[in-house]
Design a protein around this ligand. Structure first.
Ligand code: SF4
Length: 481
């Protein structure tokens, strides 16, 4: 299908005209200051607009220009811009920005080639600064632009850089400056990365919807012939993730049940918004120690019963296991212990693992069993980037991998590997060394099923595009009968 790009972009521009203007555009209009546009653009990478706006305001109060920024210590910048994504790295870039700008007489340069020599400035940032701050033709291709133009089959590319190059050849120049802000607003509101809202989109019927799985229409009764969608996600602190948009992300995920791990919160530390997300009932099992471990479920379906823990105080005091019981199956949400520094907790972990296995096998005599969570182990060499270097490290020791072997031998299936035998499929990346961008990661988050549940598995996936934690969610589609 060939689309009329001008007509599509005009329709979308009309559709998003009442939506919030992306923060970088807003700063450009309000300040007409390339320095502020540049700084806000650096802050905005992998960060919600609302958070970028607050961080920019705090920073510009103390550092409205290059010289003032130069007087701030890196630690102070980090405190001012927290909690933008990668705030420590960005503080480092901003601490060096002033001296880097001296190269250009203290001014922000207006070409992509010059801008990309500055710390923390990649091609996407440079294009945005050129188009927004200087109103010069440049095409900023972020993930929304890249994704949506591939959905429309206007380009067929696998990286934002290739999209930019393709657009330079075919996109009419009149759209270059505006395409980013239009598609970012559209991608954040309607054509969302997960479960786009095609049911309310003005382009429905004309759009090729390449590779799209539209959301289920809210309020529509579940079709029982369709599989349930389960998600598991180590959120690494639910209160921190709430500030990065967890409630919107949960709505986008459009799952029947979401199990989260490492909530790091007691129920009395949770906001009412987090406990009562519309359409879901939540259940929490927290550790006794504050700010540590913890698991929870959000479910659209009322369980017959909810079971906390494994019945052993040494494990249950750490809030690691929560089970929902339904008519035909149990869904167990688990945050497995980490073997720890110098493997100090390896024995504890192996005891936990064996207790968990006994628990799953016992309840499995009555109904199907699905286990999800952060298993804190990469099972095989294919499941991490650098297996050779990690043989003695927590999460890849022979003991932990042997337990995983015994778990599989006991009849459980790692559902992801039914569908995907490829390397480089990870669910966790260190926050250090830009590991996620380089895809230097580990696959340690799983959906596993017992033999009887195995027949009902319809699909399994890793949702690497979902950010906000050092883990990404994993997904199972399951036909409950
Ligand atoms: S119809 Fe769906 S996929 Fe196409 S542009 Fe609209 S929301 Fe996106």
């Amino acid at each position: 299908m060939t689309i009329d790009i001008s007509s599509f972009l005009e329709t979308v521009a009309d559709e998003v005209k009442d939506k919030e203007v992306p923060v970088v555009d807003l700063i450009a209009v309000q300040t007409r200051d390339p320095f502020k546009v540049l700084v806000a653009t650096i802050l905005s990478a992998r960060t919600k607009d609302e958070t970028t706006a607050k961080a920019s305001k705090k920073l510009f109060n103390l550092a409205p220009d290059r010289k003032a920024l130069d007087r701030l210590e890196e630690d102070h910048i980090a405190k001012l811009i927290y909690p933008v994504g990668f705030y420590k790295n960005k503080a480092g870039y901003l601490a060096k920005l002033s001296s880097a700008l001296e190269e250009f007489g203290g001014d922000v340069p207006d070409t992509i080639e010059e801008l990309i020599t500055l710390p923390g400035v990649g091609r996407k940032t440079a294009n945005l600064v050129v188009s927004v701050a200087f109103q010069k033709p440049a095409i900023c291709v972020d993930t929304h632009v890249h994704r949506i133009l591939n959905i429309w089959e206007y380009v067929q590319t696998d990286t934002p850089l290739k999209t930019e190059m393709a657009l330079r050849k075919k996109l009419p120049k009149k759209h270059w400056i505006t395409v980013n802000s239009i598609l970012v607003a559209f991608g954040q509101s309607i054509c969302r990365p997960i479960s786009p809202h095609c049911d309310i989109c003005s382009l429905a019927g004309k759009c090729p919807q390449n590779g799209v799985k539209p959301r289920k229409v809210p309020g529509k009764k579940r079709d029982k012939s369709q599989p349930l969608k389960f998600i598991s996600w180590n959120v690494n602190g639910i209160r921190a993730l709430e500030k990065k948009g967890f409630i919107d992300i949960l709505s986008d995920l459009d799952a029947d049940i979401v199990g989260i791990q490492e909530t790091k919160a007691q129920p009395d530390q949770l906001s009412e918004e987090l406990k009562n997300i519309p359409g879901y009932t939540s259940y929490w099992h927290s550790a006794k120690k504050k700010g540590y471990s913890g698991v929870a479920f959000y479910t659209r379906h009322t369980p017959l019963a909810v079971h906390e823990g494994l019945g052993e105080e040494e494990f249950d005091s750490e809030g690691r296991v929560l089970t929902l019981e339904f008519d035909t199956y149990y869904l167990i949400n688990i945050y497995f212990p980490n073997s720890g520094d110098k493997l100090k907790r390896l024995d504890f972990k192996l005891r936990f693992n064996n207790t968990l296995l006994t628990f799953a096998r016992t309840i499995g005599r009555k109904k199907d069993v699905i286990l999800c969570g952060d298993f804190n182990v990469a099972h095989k060499e294919i499941d991490l980037k650098n297996p050779k270097n990690n043989v003695k490290h927590a999460g890849f020791t022979p003991e932990e991998r042997a337990w995983m072997d015994s778990f599989i031998e006991a009849g459980f299936t790692d559902t992801f590997r039914i569908y995907n035998q490829e390397p480089d499929q990870y669910s966790w990346w260190s926050y250090r060394f830009n590991a996620r961008a380089k895809n230097v990661g580990w696959r340690i988050d799983y959906f596993c099923v017992d033999e009887s549940a195995r027949k009902k598995v319809q699909n399994a996936a890793i949702l690497q595009e979902v950010t906000g934690s050092d883990h990404c969610p994993v997904q199972l589609e399951y036909l409950a009968r």
